[in-house]
Design a protein around this ligand. Structure first.
Ligand code: SF4
Length: 265
């Protein structure tokens, strides 16, 4: 089942990845803020990783589809059994719907998700010879795969920056950063692709997701401890100590998946 970026899409010419078109304008202040946020997040998360357990593009693709409207911890508790039972796309493509539903039940919306991952498996087998394609254009032809899921797989497994991951965390924090109030994921992605250098796209999506998950949370953002405090227009508390120390805290928090909190309130 394991595959590499070099083997992806071997039998076909790989199309050029398209980036959403940005139609708005960006002020100098927003550009400067984005650059400083980028500098500080690089320090806070030098090697950001997706928190969905996976061994290759196929296992991450399925886990990402299952994670919609669920959380990574729940999905990480489901996928070992799923892949032990149906290890390859061909196995899952042939699996009975009812049996897959039982295994993925805890993910929520389990009937739709069981059908989605079976259909994706069938398409991977029929259209791509059982190999997950390594391009945005090909990935989004798969049932249940939109740009967010494709960006997660491309960035995490193939290290290809065809865009920037935009999920609910990213949608929330770009508003807090004062970048945009738009909720349209494609428009947000287009803006982020203008604000952040292309060479950083692979990591910047992960950094934003992890910052939103562990620091700039929906209900109780950790503004006082946040390394972005001084440059964030939504900071609700005075910063605690130096930003570099707060960046080290965020690094420990993110790398431990939220388990080690040295600034615990
Ligand atoms: S200062 Fe507060 S609102 Fe701004 S990014 Fe940090 S946690 Fe979020």
């Amino acid at each position: 089942m394991a595959r590499s970026a070099s083997s992806a899409g071997k039998s076909r010419a790989r199309p050029v990845a398209a980036v959403p078109r940005f139609d708005g304008t960006v002020t100098d202040a927003v550009r400067e803020r984005a650059a400083e946020i980028h500098r500080r997040l690089r320090k806070a998360q030098p090697s950001p990783q997706v928190e969905l357990d996976h061994t290759d593009a196929w296992t991450l693709l399925v886990a990402t589809i299952l994670a919609a409207r669920s959380n990574d911890r729940t999905i990480n508790g489901i996928t070992p059994q799923l892949f032990a039972r149906w290890p390859t796309p061909a196995d899952l493509a042939a699996a009975p719907q009812e049996q897959v539903e039982v295994v993925v039940k805890r993910s929520g919306f389990f009937r739709q998700k069981a059908a989605a991952i079976r259909k994706t498996a069938q398409a991977v087998v029929a259209e791509f010879g059982g190999e997950v394609p390594a391009s945005m254009e090909e990935l989004i032809t798969l049932p249940g795969v939109a740009r967010k899921t494709a960006n997660v797989v491309l960035a995490s497994v193939f290290r290809i920056g065809s865009g920037i991951i935009v999920d609910l965390h990213v949608t929330r924090i770009v508003e807090r950063f004062g970048f945009t109030t738009d909720k349209d994921a494609k428009k947000i992605e287009a803006l982020l692709c203008v604000l952040f250098p292309k060479r950083s796209w692979v990591d910047v999506g992960h950094r934003l997701v992890l910052h939103g998950r562990h620091v700039c949370t929906a209900r109780k953002p950790r503004c006082g401890h946040c390394p972005l405090n001084e440059v964030c227009p939504s900071a609700a508390d005075e910063p605690v100590g130096r930003w570099s120390a707060r960046a080290r805290w965020e690094q420990t928090l993110a790398e431990s998946r939220g388990e080690v909190d040295t600034f615990a309130d």
